[in-house]
Design a protein around this ligand. Structure first.
Ligand SMILES: Cc1cc2nc3c(=O)[nH]c(=O)nc-3n(C[C@H](O)[C@H](O)[C@H](O)COP(=O)(O)OP(=O)(O)OC[C@H]3O[C@@H](n4cnc5c(N)ncnc54)[C@H](O)[C@@H]3O)c2cc1C
Length: 385
């Protein structure tokens, strides 16, 4: 019996039902591949359902594909992601405005336009903003989407194409033969497979270590707050004052942004949010949007961000294991997910990404990493997750 006919097997087993794993599963299912996505909990319960929804990663080799795909995603998936195009970044002093210019020039080199805004134009375009902004930039690219809707859309679209999701299925190890993985061991039994994708967010390093692969990464806790609904602004994606986030279609402001706390990553998908950090974010949000300072905070949460030593994703199929793709996105995985899923699909089926040069995402770049890199970076846990 072929693996695809076995209820306990699949051609490709994807570990992790976040945006990365589900997008990869969807791209694979589009190619007619029998794929199962395994998650130890509920899909999207990790960072993929807890993030700011931003989709504007101009410094990534996947940027052009990110920008090409997002405006099409609702149509391609057949379910809404609530993607809203364009973004505005507000500056509070001239130095900050000058620094933003670097991002603008980088995007321009790749064919994406931005417009410099003076203080008056910021007020016109961002009705909730205040008088102390010195200016900003309007990005004629990028945007934001609803993380929950997007994760669900990937899962439904993949299932429509025959892909499967197994929730509450925790991967505990691997069965290997001839240097390849032939089975994924879970608390629900073994899933036989031809290929494996490890897209388990902050748990990716721990799972890869079971295959003798050293994937250096650490976890950090980040928080977000949500206000009650406010009148809709023309552009819902406004960053500034160290904050990232979006205005939802209902009008809520959903915002987060440092300080991130380094944590020892445990089993929890998201530790509880802390009142001091909530107050910090709320204070900065009130400065960015003084006309929303009266709004009540109705929700908050914490999420765990996966981080590699250089802050760039690892998307690679290391030679040592042959049929295993490592996929960890290092804190920018939501926005990149349409493109990263496609890249992972290429790595699984063809051994290389066919639409972008992702050589800078190889695992081998960390070959000569100092053993105590975490201490050198000062990335030691401050709280326990
Ligand atoms: C507060 C916050 C704000 C953010 N803002 C943005 C933003 O605006 N834009 C952006 O692009 N990115 C943002 N990010 C980062 C982004 O959310 C992540 O990079 C992205 O969601 C990672 O997706 P993932 O699928 O790789 O991992 P995850 O979403 O972490 O999913 C991994 C999944 O693997 C599962 N898993 C783990 N171990 C096992 C196991 N042993 N067996 C089975 N399943 C397992 C988990 O249950 C989880 O569902 C933010 C993150 C946070 C926390």
């Amino acid at each position: 019996m072929s693996l695809s006919q076995s209820p306990r097997g699949a051609t490709v087993a994807v570990i992790g039902g976040g945006a990365t794993g589900l997008s990869a599963g969807w791209w694979l299912a589009r190619e007619g591949v029998d794929v199962v996505v395994l998650d130890r909990g509920i899909i999207g319960w990790g960072a993929s359902g807890r993030n700011g929804g931003g989709c504007s990663h101009h410094f990534s080799p996947l940027f052009v594909e990110e920008q090409r795909l997002w405006p099409q995603m609702d149509g391609l998936l057949g379910y809404p992601t609530e993607f809203q195009a364009k973004r505005i970044r507000i500056a509070y002093d001239e130095h900050q405005l000058e620094l933003y210019g670097r991002a603008v020039r980088n995007a321009a080199r790749q064919g994406f336009a931005s417009t410099l805004l003076d203080a008056r134009e910021v007020l016109e375009m961002v009705p909730l903003a205040g008088e102390d902004a010195v200016g900003g930039y309007f990005y004629d690219f990028g945007g934001h989407a609803n993380p929950h809707r997007t994760v669900q859309a990937y899962a439904w679209a993949m299932q429509d194409l025959g892909g499967r999701v197994m929730q509450h299925t925790s991967v505990r190890g691997f069965r290997r033969a001839g240097g390849r993985v032939i089975g994924v061991m879970t608390d629900q039994g073994e899933i036989e497979c031809d290929q494996v994708v490890i897209a388990a967010g902050p748990a990716t390093g721990r799972l890869a270590a079971m295959l003798d692969l050293d994937v250096p990464m650490v976890a950090a806790r980040a928080e977000m707050i949500v206000t009650e609904p406010l009148p809709l602004m023309p552009i819902g994606g406004v960053d500034g004052n160290g904050l990232y986030g979006r205005q939802t279609l209902r009008g809520n402001l959903a915002y987060g942004g440092g300080p991130h706390e380094w944590i020892e990553f445990g089993e929890a998908a998201g530790p509880p949010s802390s009142t001091p950090l909530m107050a910090n974010i709320a204070g900065r949000l009130a400065r960015m949007f003084p006309r929303a300072a009266h709004a009540r905070i109705i929700r908050s949460w914490a999420g765990i961000i996966e981080n590699t030593p250089d802050g760039r994703p690892i998307l690679d199929k290391p030679e040592a294991t042959g049929n295993v793709v490592i996929a960890t996105l290092s804190s920018i995985g939501f926005g990149l997910s349409p493109a990263s899923g496609r890249a992972i699909c290429d790595l699984v089926l063809r051994g290389a990404c066919g639409f972008a040069d992702i050589s800078s995402f190889s695992l081998s770049r960390f070959r000569r990493l100092e053993a105590d890199w975490q201490s050198l970076q000062g990335w030691r846990e401050t709280v326990t997750g």
